[in-house]
Design a protein around this ligand. Structure first.
Ligand SMILES: Cc1cc2nc3c(=O)[nH]c(=O)nc-3n(C[C@H](O)[C@H](O)[C@H](O)COP(=O)(O)O)c2cc1C
Length: 443
């Protein structure tokens, strides 16, 4: 069965989505809009709602981009765990997939927050483990520069290992609340962690009872070598960035074999590439929306936006010329940059052609056409070892999500590719993933 997620980010995935007449009039800190969107996605039986995150107001030194706003800068945004705690009270089944950065947090605090969300939602929490993709966030945490990648990933590995140990603190049946005997809990059913490592020293136990899912579903998004290794070691769910089916297949095969090398079962991981969908009853409806949105991107915003994905300033280059050399090492995120560089070289694209291609997809692949054509392409990727489902970008909200739920999902259901009902109560049930066994300390 295919797995589908989408971002709970009401400005839409297209850079100009929020300007379109079919978008919500206001979205900034509008709880009602977030709730309405979550309910709509749950009506479509989506596996999960996703929230990206970071810890800064970005792009302030670039007025063109700052004023235009992009869906990766997020100048005003709810804390993902807080908004998902609220959403959990208005939904029943949909997974709540929150990004949290390991570089500037403490495992005890984060294990507790995800534990709380898993309880509040009756087993629907998911953690996107990231090390921070924007170097500028560092200045909010007593640093002048970003932590180097190798150190970030080393800390992330230890961070996640500590969290898992903390989630193993209590047995499922530790809290007796036996009024007759006066025994609130069974002290034999709790354990300390006593972790002492390079980055953390954590005694435990966690002050949250065993989670409904054992651990929240764990996810990782990094595409670099250490990013892939972290994912292979810990993640149930892995993002991929692929602009072609062949790239998606290569990533899929690579990650599944890495998972096996870490002694884990590859059948218990789900790999989801990003995808942006432009669709309607007919292909011309999809084309019309696409063209309307493209016409709302001024070229200077286009070039700056591409610069951001490539992590290189492209403003001094000929807009109708090729991309410059992007091989220099950067501290932050490289995954989109590598995919774009490859595409530009393979198809000999100019800067203008590239931004026109990248912006509608926010760095991912685009499927554009009637709902049947979109379902054909999704089916093709799914059946050819490219993915286990998709992270679906919605260009204009709520319009694109409504169209997807009313047209694409029923088409996928008719083809037997997507669920008609949620199979159980937890996100692990929805994703077909086992509950991790509690590791009891010996001695
Ligand atoms: C779909 C997707 C969503 C991501 N969301 C975030 C995010 O919200 N915050 C973040 O810091 N990094 C995010 N990333 C970036 C990765 O987590 C990764 O840590 C980063 O790209 C740096 O490592 P890399 O060179 O391995 O890619 C995302 C990546 C992908 C593919």
């Amino acid at each position: 069965m295919m797995h589908l997620m989408t971002s709970l980010f009401p400005i839409g995935s297209h850079l100009a989505g929020w300007r379109h007449p079919d978008s919500w009039p206001r979205t900034t800190m509008q709880l009602d809009v977030f709730i309405e969107m979550a309910k709509l996605a749950e009506r479509g039986k989506f596996d999960m709602l996703f929230l990206a995150d970071g810890n800064a107001v970005r792009a302030m030194d670039d007025e063109v981009m700052f004023v235009a706003n992009t869906n990766t800068d997020r100048p005003s945004t709810y804390d993902p765990l807080m908004i998902f705690a609220a959403i959990s009270q208005h939904t029943k089944h949909i997974g709540l997939f929150a990004t949290a950065v390991t570089t500037y947090d403490e495992p005890y605090l984060l294990a507790r927050r995800f534990g709380s969300l898993d309880h509040l939602s009756h087993g629907r929490a998911c953690w996107n483990i990231v090390t921070g993709n924007y170097e500028g966030d560092a200045v909010n945490f007593g640093r002048s520069t970003h932590v180097p990648r190798a150190e970030r990933y080393e800390r992330a590995d230890e961070f996640v290992t500590v969290c898992k140990g903390l989630w193993d603190s209590w047995a499922e049946d530790a809290f007796l609340e036996d009024k007759a005997t006066g025994r609130f809990l069974d002290p034999a059913k709790v354990q300390r962690l006593d972790h002492v490592g390079k980055h953390f020293s954590v005694q435990g136990p966690l002050n949250v009872a065993r989670l409904p899912q054992g651990y929240p579903v764990l996810s990782a998004a990094g595409q670099s070598e250490p990013g892939r290794e972290l994912a292979a070691k810990h993640a149930d769910l892995i993002f991929s960035i692929a602009l072609t089916k062949e790239d998606a297949q290569a990533f899929y095969a690579d990650l599944k074999s890495r998972v096996a090398r870490h002694g884990r079962n590859p059948a218990h991981t789900r790999i989801l590439p990003g995808l942006t969908v432009y669709t309607g009853e007919t292909a011309s409806e999809a084309d019309e929306l696409y063209e309307e949105l493209q016409s709302l991107i001024p070229p200077e915003v286009g070039v700056r936006s591409l610069s951001k994905f490539c992590r290189a300033d492209l403003s001094g280059y000929d807009i109708d010329g090729p991309l410059p050399d992007l091989s220099a090492e950067v501290l932050g995120m490289t995954s989109y940059r590598a995919a774009i560089d490859k595409l530009a070289k393979e198809r000999k694209l100019t800067i203008r052609e590239l931004y026109q291609m990248i912006i509608p997809s926010a760095g991912h692949v685009v499927f554009k056409g009637s709902y049947r054509q979109v379902a054909d392409e999704m089916e093709d990727w799914f059946r050819s070892g490219a993915c286990d489902g998709f992270n679906v970008g919605m260009p204009v909200l709520p319009r694109s999500l409504e169209t997807f739920v009313d047209l694409v999902i029923p088409e996928l259901q008719r083809r037997g590719l997507f669920r008609e009902e949620y199979p159980g109560t937890t996100l692990r049930d929805t994703l077909g993933l086992p509950v991790p066994e509690r590791r009891v300390r010996v001695g």
